[in-house]
Design a protein around this ligand. Structure first.
Ligand code: SF4
Length: 643
């Protein structure tokens, strides 16, 4: 009996409405472990190169890990991966909630979806049995309504529902896959892939338990986490949610404002985590928000998820759609100079109802705001007044994008395609990498992110490595944990030399492993998280019984990164796509601690060379080399690349 995993991979052929179950051996699970690395195995094995991201040849993988469903904080996460309709590169995104653990209890470690159904369908997975069910009656319905309807027709309130909303059906290129109607596999447009396959939802219910190798060790880790949470570095995140970090980013000048023209927002306090806690968190009016306004994922004691409720005023918000994260308050807030927290909460609700990535949606809107305020777009183009700070238009545009109405239809393609379609030099205002909009951490300030954003296989991502403050101002606090992965030296602020790249590469490998183990990066990580790298190793040992080391975990992260890059290489992408927005080099930031900051082309290109070298990749192409792939047990991938 395997520990931690079920041994079953469900393959679903939507075209022929058939299913098969593959049962890989233990060596396979030890090599890929789950999540992103496991998903990449199936994408590289089963998807033809050059597939249309919105066609039946694209393969969508939903993968748990060997840890999912164990009774420990931070393990109930799922990776979705497919070719991205937003970038044309690999798409990869994680989400939490209860669906991941429930799928494990239903008997599967992953679902590999191929083909496309002729008519809308949903899958019903219960204790190892799988059924295709018609979904025409659910098509067009927002997530909460569809979820209720599925639970009612299957007659079980405990079912967990993963689904696409109308935005995924409409193939908005940054549509998300939703679960619980408020958790999103948000980035890279995988909701559009699911919508293109006419797959409305996957409902799951299971009654089996996850067998762990060492119950006592798992329980000791859980107890340690619960006891140490109040004194830990994530106690603020636990109470105030991720929007707690708004102030920290403001202080260092890394709060993207006016579409990345400034790193400070004068009205940041109106939209931060404390204001949300004091005003719109469910129960705030009676001081009951700690009980009513904080949600969680399966078995997680951190409870960082926000639940907001607004019953009066122009922006009423239903608590079932959760509440905004920092990325959301930022992209719908400071990105466009908007200081109205209720409007931001409304945009967040719309994104969760229609199923859209809040980062790409908010950032695409802020790109349009900059073009409008520069006089390159008019009200005749947009139908709306997009003056900086106009919250009403931002909310309206969010809904128009989801429904592909009017100017929203152009923005539903993402800012890079919209700029190309509209012309007029609108590309000058783009804040994208590989066509995906940047998250709310600024590479002009946290400079290792310049390299991570540019090279990350699925576009700029803020959850792919540790940020610079951990090895700069905060080093003394985190040095013991960082030493566990070989980062031993404090570095000067805003450096981008070989030592900074070494920090980026080593922390990137750990974050990459976490996305394969599907561990929450607020709970596990190399620095400020609840559990450090040593406890990540202990967790894998306790659940699986494998005698893993930190080196094996780091190698897992490296293997996954190489598979992602190899996928892109197979699609014809290389170093040429590892570019940052021109504005970041040309235009100095205005105001605050980052006043005058911009990136330097020569320093950036030299840092890229160093990054490829340290990764064992070809410096000219940025692609993985055969020796590196073979060292990682990926000779079969090198064969695909014909190298
Ligand atoms: S820390 Fe927050 S996001 Fe992470 S597992 Fe716990 S509740 Fe979910």
């Amino acid at each position: 009996m395997p520990h931690g995993y079920t041994g079953n991979i469900l393959h679903v052929d939507l075209t022929h409405q058939t299913t098969t179950v593959e049962t890989p051996d233990e060596a396979f699970y030890r090599k890929y472990m789950g999540g992103s690395a496991l998903a990449m195995f199936y994408l590289l094995r089963d998807m033809p190169a050059g597939a249309d991201p919105l066609g039946p040849d694209n393969v969508l993988v939903l993968a748990l890990s060997v840890l999912t469903g164990a009774p420990l904080s931070g393990q109930s996460r799922m990776t979705a991966a497919a070719k991205s309709p937003l970038t044309g590169a690999i798409g990869d995104s994680q989400s939490g909630g209860f669906w991941p653990a429930e799928l494990k209890f239903a008997g599967f470690d992953a679902i590999v979806v191929k083909g496309a159904a002729k008519e809308p369908v949903y899958l019903w997975v219960k204790d190892g049995a799988v059924e295709f069910r018609p979904a025409a009656h659910l098509w067009g319905r927002i997530t909460g309504d569809a979820e209720d309807a599925i639970k009612a027709e299957l007659g079980d309130d405990k079912i967990e529902v993963l689904q696409v909303g109308p935005a995924g059906e409409n193939q908005v290129r940054f549509a998300a896959i939703m679960n619980m109607s408020n958790r999103a596999n948000g980035r890279t447009g995988l909701g559009a892939v699911m919508g293109s396959k006419n797959l409305k939802a996957i409902a799951v219910r299971g009654t089996s338990k996850v067998e762990v190798a060492d119950k006592q060790a798992v329980s000791d880790l859980a107890r340690w986490g619960a006891q140490n949470l109040p004194q830990s570095n994530i106690t603020g995140l636990s109470k105030y949610g991720t929007a707690e970090t708004t102030g920290a980013n403001q202080t260092i000048g890394s709060l993207p404002t006016y579409n990345y023209n400034s790193g400070v927002f004068a009205e940041w306090e109106a939209i931060d985590g404390t204001t949300m806690y004091d005003t719109i968190l469910k129960g705030a009016e009676d001081g009951k928000q700690d009980r009513l306004g904080r949600d969680t994922c399966y078995a997680c004691t951190v409870r960082c998820k926000r639940v907001v409720e607004i019953q009066e005023g122009p922006y009423k918000v239903d608590a079932r759609y959760g509440g905004p994260e920092y990325e959301t308050t930022s992209t719908f807030g400071n990105y466009a100079g908007i200081n109205d927290l209720a409007a931001i909460a409304k945009a967040n609700e719309l994104c969760n109802q229609y199923g859209m990535d809040t980062i790409s949606c908010g950032a695409t809107i802020s790109w349009a705001y900059e073009a409008y305020n520069a006089g390159k777009l008019s009200k005749g183009d947009t139908g709306l007044d997009l003056t900086w700070g106009n919250a009403e238009s931002m909310v309206k545009l969010t809904e128009m994008i989801a429904k592909r109405e009017g100017f929203g239809d152009i923005l539903a393609e993402g800012s890079a395609r919209a700029a190309e379609e509209l012309g007029r030099g609108l590309g000058d205002y783009l804040i994208t990498v590989k066509g995906q909009e940047l998250p709310a951490h600024m590479p002009q300030v946290k400079k290792s992110l310049a390299v991570i954003y540019a090279t990350n296989p699925f576009g700029a991502d803020h959850q792919s490595s540790e940020h610079d403050p951990a090895v700069e101002a905060d080093f003394e606090t985190f040095k013991d944990r960082l030493a566990m992965i070989g980062v031993n030296k404090q570095l000067p602020k805003r450096s981008l030399d070989a030592e900074k790249i070494d920090f980026a590469v080593k922390t990137q490998r750990l974050y990459s492993a976490l996305d394969s183990l599907n561990l929450c990066q607020f709970v596990f990580g190399p620095a400020w998280q609840l559990y450090g790298p040593d406890q990540t190793v202990e967790t894998v040992r306790a659940i699986t019984g494998w005698d893993v080391t930190i080196d094996e975990i780091q190698e897992l992260g490296e293997r996954r990164l190489n598979m992602l890059r190899a996928f892109n290489a197979r699609e014809g992408l290389d170093r040429k796509e590892d570019k940052l927005p021109a504005k970041l080099f040309k235009k100095a930031l205005k105001g605050g601690a980052s006043d005058g900051f911009k990136l330097d082309e020569d320093e950036f290109e030299a840092a890229l060379d160093t990054y490829y070298e340290q990764s064992g990749w070809d410096v000219e192409t940025g692609n993985p080399s055969r020796p590196t792939l073979e060292r990682l047990g990926l000779g079969w991938v090198a064969d695909q690349l014909k190298m």
